[in-house]
Design a protein around this ligand. Structure first.
Ligand SMILES: [Zn+2]
Length: 302
C-alpha cells in the first residue's frame, strides 16, 4: 500500500502519475520519506521468502534473547494455530522457560506498541527546534573557519589577476604563468571543497533529522495501514530487535538515529527547552548553557 501513489492523493494511469481529485490519505512529505526508508530496505525484503511471517527475524524472546520461531499447532478440530516459540527453548538448549505465544497476539502487541513509538506533535516540534538550534550553534562555531577560508580564497583570486597582468606586461614568461596558475587553481579547489563540505555536512544532518522525526511522528498511523511487507520494512527501519516479555510487555532496541530520538529524557529536555525558549521569546538565547544541549542525549544522535 505504501508504494501506491493513490495514498498520497495521486492516481497512476497507464504508467503516468496524475494529481488525484481525492484527498491525500498520507501527507506528501511523509509518503516521500517512507519511500526513502522502504527503498533502503527493499533488497532485504526481496530476499525474504513469501511464506515467512513478517515478524520473523525481528521478534526475540524477552526472557533469553533468542529468536522466535514460527510453529503451527493443530487443534482436535483440525484448526491450525500459528505461534511463536523461543528458539532456545524449542531446541532444548539453555534453561529458558518462555511460554509459546500466539502469533496473532504478538501482532496486536506490536501494533499497540507503535502508539508509544509515535511522537506527539508538540514533542516532535520541540525536539526539532532544540536540535536545529544546536546545529545553528555548531555552524556559528564553524563560522570563523569559514571566514578564514573565504578570505584565503579572495587572496588567491587576487594573485591570479596580478599574475595575468604581469604576464601581459611581459614580466613573466608563459610557462611560469601556467605553473603558478595551476598551483593557485589547486588551492582554490581545496578551499571550495572545504566550504561545500562544511555546508553539506549540516544540511545532510538537518535533512536526516527532519526525515527521521517525520517517520516517528507518523509511525503508528503508517504501521496500522501498512500491509505485511511494509510492516516488516517499518520494523526493520526502526528496530534492531523487538523483545516480547513474559508479561506481554514489548521492549525494543532502536536503530540509529531513532535510539536517540526516542529517549524520554530527550523529549523532556526538549519540552522544557521549548517552554523556556517561548518564555525568553527567542529560541537561540535559550540554548546557551541550557541543560539539554550539552546532555548525552544529543551525542547519541550521531
Ligand atoms: Zn527464550
Amino acid at each position: 500500500m505504501l508504494t501506491n501513489p493513490y495514498y498520497k492523493g495521486s492516481v497512476r494511469y497507464q504508467g503516468v502519475t496524475y494529481a488525484g481529485a481525492h484527498e491525500a490519505i498520507v501527507p506528501n512529505e511523509v509518503w516521500d520519506q517512507v519511500q526513502t526508508v522502504l527503498g533502503t530496505h527493499r533488497s532485504a525484503a526481496d530476499a525474504t521468502q513469501v511464506h515467512e511471517h513478517y515478524l520473523k527475524g525481528t521478534v526475540f524472546c524477552g526472557q533469553c534473547g533468542s529468536r522466535l520461531l514460527v510453529c503451527n499447532a493443530k487443534s482436535s478440530q483440525g484448526t491450525i494455530y500459528p505461534y511463536f516459540v523461543c528458539a532456545s527453548r524449542h531446541g532444548g538448549r539453555g534453561d529458558c522457560t518462555r511460554q509459546a505465544m500466539l502469533i496473532e497476539q504478538v501482532e496486536r502487541l506490536i501494533e499497540r506498541f507503535y502508539a508509544k513509538v509515535q511522537l506527539d506533535p508538540e514533542t516532535t516540534q520541540a525536539v526539532s527546534a532544540m536540535i536545529h538550534a544546536r546545529f545553528d550553534e555548531m555552524m556559528a562555531e564553524g563560522a570563523a573557519e569559514l571566514a578564514d577560508l573565504a578570505s584565503r580564497r579572495t587572496q588567491l583570486e587576487g594573485e591570479q589577476q596580478k599574475l595575468l597582468q604581469a604576464h601581459y606586461a611581459g614580466a613573466i614568461p608563459l610557462d611560469l604563468l601556467k605553473k603558478e596558475q595551476d598551483r593557485i587553481t589547486a588551492s582554490l579547489e581545496t578551499i571550495e571543497h572545504r566550504i561545500t563540505a562544511h555546508h553539506g555536512h549540516y544540511a545532510d544532518a538537518r535533512a536526516n533529522l527532519d526525515d527521521s522525526l517525520k517517520l516517528l511522528s507518523n509511525a503508528a498511523d503508517l504501521y496500522e495501514h501498512a500491509d505485511d511487507a511494509n510492516r516488516r520494512l517499518c520494523n526493520q527501519a526502526l528496530f534492531r530487535a523487538i523483545y516480547i516479555d513474559e508479561d506481554n510487555d514489548v521492549r525494543v532496541g532502536y536503530r540509529n538515529p531513532y535510539d536517540g530520538l526516542s529517549l524520554s529524557g530527550l523529549h523532556a529536555d526538549a519540552l522544557s527547552w521549548a517552554a523556556e525558549a517561548k518564555k525568553m521569546g527567542q529560541a537561540r538565547t535559550a540554548t546557551k548553557g541550557g541543560p539539554l544541549v550539552a546532555s548525552s542525549h544529543l551525542i547519541r544522535l550521531g
